[in-house]
Ligand binder design. Structure first.
Ligand code: NAD
Length: 278
């Protein structure tokens, strides 16, 4: 199975489908990532705050897979945005991961009440220039935050990683990305199991038509939207199921019906709103 690659504004390529490790406990991370690598995933999404970078690093080291075949993302936590802190934070993350560089480093949240996200972004640019991250980006940034960091630095993030699934599509952020040559990553792509996506008739009927599971239909929807996606599961059979999404294609009509799931009033959101997170 070949996972499509997407070219970022940094000139580097990212596998469009990856594996996320949010809420994978530290003592399970090595096993889960080893399973994911065996299934075929080459793109792993972690974060300092997940507390499992060591487990991710141990699985990478054990795998014997060449570093250049892997795409590893980690994120700067909110309490490290000020002053020169991001420089310390990336070095600590790299030490835990056992790596010389990450493929992608993201500012985890704008945390606007702290007023430090633009400083964090300026430091990420220095981190990229120092060779510690091949590409840099942000997460949970709304157009107002993106406008601000680009105005302050002139540098457009390669990626904004946002909550995105059929019930919460954030079309304003996608519009900003399209206009500015930034790519979008979907977090909570399956609604984190909190939104009843798998019972929605648009999803169920698309899945039945292609003899796949509702989760596979939703992952396929993300891929056909052109966003980057990394569903999480600690169960190997589900990792394999979520990776097995290249043998069918949703029709335009099926995509349009799934698009219609978003109530467009923000009620489909399952995570915290970026303006409220500190
Ligand atoms: P997700 O939408 O991937 O949902 C994961 C849950 O869906 C699992 O715990 C499981 O219960 C269920 N699931 C997975 N595969 C399934 C299948 N085939 N059939 C049925 N149920 C299935 O949610 P997520 O883990 O929050 O998001 C994916 C990744 O996004 C995370 O692991 C993390 O890397 C990233 N993330 C980033 C942020 C951020 O603020 N940047 C926030 C949350 C998550």
């Amino acid at each position: 199975m070949t996972v499509p690659m997407i070219r970022l504004n940094s000139g580097h390529d990212i596998p469009q489908l990856g594996f996320g490790v949010f809420r994978v406990p530290a003592d399970e991370a090595e096993r889960a990532v080893s399973d994911a690598l065996e299934v075929g995933y080459r793109h792993i999404d972690t974060a300092a705050i997940y507390g499992n970078e060591e487990g991710v690093g141990a699985a990478i080291a054990k795998s014997g897979i060449a570093r250049e075949e892997l795409f590893i993302t980690t994120k700067l936590w909110n309490d490290r945005q000020v002053g020169e802190e991001p420089h310390d934070a990336i070095r600590e993350s790299l030490a835990r991961l056992g790596l010389d560089y990450v493929d992608l480093y993201l500012t985890h949240w704008p945390a606007p009440k702290q007023g430090a996200y633009s400083n964090a972004w300026a430091k990420l640019i220095e981190i990229r220039d120092a060779g510690l991250a091949r590409s840099i980006g942000v997460s949970n940034h709304l157009p107002e935050h993106l406008d601000r960091i680009v105005k302050d630095t002139g540098v457009v993030p390669a990626i904004d990683q946002i909550e995105l699934h059929p019930a919460y599509q954030q079309r304003d952020v996608l519009g900003w990305a399209e206009e500015n040559g930034m790519r979008i990553e979907s977090w909570g792509p399956l609604g984190q199991g909190k939104y009843p996506l798998f019972e929605n008739p648009a999803v169920v009927e698309a899945a039945e038509a292609h003899e796949v599971t509702p989760a596979q239909a939703v992952i396929r929807w993300h891929l056909q939207k052109g966003v980057i996606v990394f569903p999480k599961s600690t169960r190997k059979e589900r990792m394999a199921e979520n990776f097995d999404v290249f043998g069918f294609e949703l029709t335009d009509d099926e995509v349009a019906r799934i698009d219609g799931i978003d109530p467009l009033d923000g009620s489909g959101r399952v995570g915290t709103h970026p303006l409220e997170f500190d």
